[in-house]
Design a protein around this ligand. Structure first.
Ligand code: GUN
Ligand code: ZN
Length: 429
């Protein structure tokens, strides 16, 4: 048994305002006991006993961060200069992703990608691979090496992209099916059936995705929805029968509680209702939405209609691997919408909120007995500017807000994955 000592913070429900102290548990001199990769107890630190104690004081111990939407194959094309989504996809993304037909390339990038997740305190993520099955093998093999709970899948795309990147409805079905058999439930890996978006899938391919979902109800589904005006217009031209963009995925049975929909910025009333009814998750990707000029996510409207919400980096449309940077930009997006995101809500979203979005809250996202020991240790004074600001912070909520506003990978003092120390054992690039 190992005991981590520090200030322990974990959420139990979605906070309703700044004063909702019942939504979290904070222990000033806390202890998290770990055995066989799991949390076995959490409470006040008590000295004595012969367990190994790792003292992280004065740092904060929280559940590891969860990122519900990103593209590992875009790790080397962050910061690609483009006016908007479709130009960015055609000019850079569809070129970059072709490199992943080579297993060697996929393996090298996957390893660097996981290093970056760990450096930023992210212990679980949901990623798109490329259309090449080898890119999926590299992704899950690396997760298995590090014992990380990772979700991902092969992108299905059979039109409106370079030929070298396109599969067919049949081959995407066959390859996805084989990958599900190989990786879903192996170690901590879980599969996501991943039609890229309506523009790059023929009706035949969405029907193939529908068949996969029906045959593998335990798998996740991920796609993109309503990110950009030109994308919406083209989608409606390609699916003229559909009532709206959401209606395309609805027709093919792709919406359910295991479905993650990236962006969801420009949804009409009917679409919002469909998401609420089906339990599909709208994933907020603030750095990407700002970088590509896509629009401002309407968090409060979606929540008021009962839509489940997640938050994510969307690397490489997104500009940072850090969930702290991501929620900082998320805060600003919502400011422009006239909405307030409390610091408690931000940290809830990165942890328990995203675990709930994945229906994995009994395993990850909280510090509770029986959960995986996937943890992050946060240093609120990691930089001189942070240390200076910390001198005037007297409350937990202020500390969280400065961590989000000023923090990045430098604030991640340590990361544990299934009880194993990860960050301090990372090599350099
Ligand atoms: N829509 C379809 N593919 C993509 C992608 O790779 N990134 C983003 N941001 N949107 C998409
Ligand atoms: Zn995306």
């Amino acid at each position: 048994m190992t005991i981590l000592r520090g200030r322990v913070l974990s959420f139990v429900s979605e906070p309703h305002g700044l004063d909702d102290a019942a939504s979290y548990r904070y222990i000033e001199d806390g202890a998290v006991a770990i055995e066989d990769g799991k949390i076995i107890a959490v409470g006040e630190f008590v000295s004595g006993g012969d367990a190994e104690v790792i003292d992280h004081r004065p740092h904060l111990i929280m559940p590891g961060f969860i990122d519900t939407h990103l593209h590992y194959v875009q790790s080397q094309m962050i910061a690609s200069y483009a006016g908007s989504l479709l130009e960015w996809l055609n000019t850079y993304t569809f070129v970059e992703e072709q490199k992943f037909g080579q297993q060697g390339h996929a393996t090298v990038v996957a390893s660097a990608f996981y290093d970056e997740l760990i450096r930023n305190g992210t212990t679980t993520a949901v990623a798109y691979c490329s259309s090449a099955p080898q890119s999926v093998d590299a992704y899950f093999a690396e997760a298995e090496k590090r014992n990380m709970l990772m979700i991902g899948g092969k992108v299905m795309m059979d039109r409106n992209a370079p030929e070298a990147l396109c599969d067919t409805a049949q081959s995407s079905y066959d390859d996805s099916k084989a990958l599900i058999a190989r990786w879903h439930g192996r170690g901590r890996g879980l599969y996501a059936i991943s039609p890229r978006f309506a523009i790059t899938s023929t009706p035949a391919q969405l029907a193939a995705a529908q068949a996969l979902v029906a045959e593998h109800p335990q798998a996740y589904v991920q796609t993109h929805l309503s990110e950009n005006d030109a994308e919406i217009t083209l989608s409606m031209q390609l699916y003229p029968e559909a009532p709206d963009y959401t209606g395309i995925y609805e027709t093919y049975g792709l919406l359910g509680p295991r479905t993650l929909l990236g962006h969801c910025i420009h949804l009409n009333h009917r679409e919002t209702g469909v998401l609420a009814e089906t339990g599909a998750v709208a994933v907020f990707c603030p750095t990407s939405n700002l970088f590509l000029g896509s629009g401002l996510f309407d968090h409060d409207r979606l929540r008021q209609h009962g839509v489940r919400v997640g938050v994510a980096t969307d690397i490489g449309g997104g500009t940072s691997f850090s969930m702290l940077r991501t929620l900082d930009e998320g805060y600003k997006v919502l400011q422009l919408r006239g909405q307030r995101l409390t610091p408690f809500n931000s940290f809830y979203m990165m942890t328990l909120g995203n675990a709930r979005a994945l229906s994995l809250e009994s395993t990850i996202g909280t510090i509770a007995p029986g959960c995986a020991a996937d943890l992050v240790v946060l240093d609120s004074s990691a930089t001189p500017a942070m240390a200076l600001r910390m001198q005037t912070a007297t409350q937990l909520v202020e500390e969280l807000f400065l961590l989000q506003t000023l923090g990045d990978d430098r604030s991640i003092a340590e990361v544990y994955v299934a009880g194993a120390r990860m960050k301090s054992t990372l090599g350099g690039l």
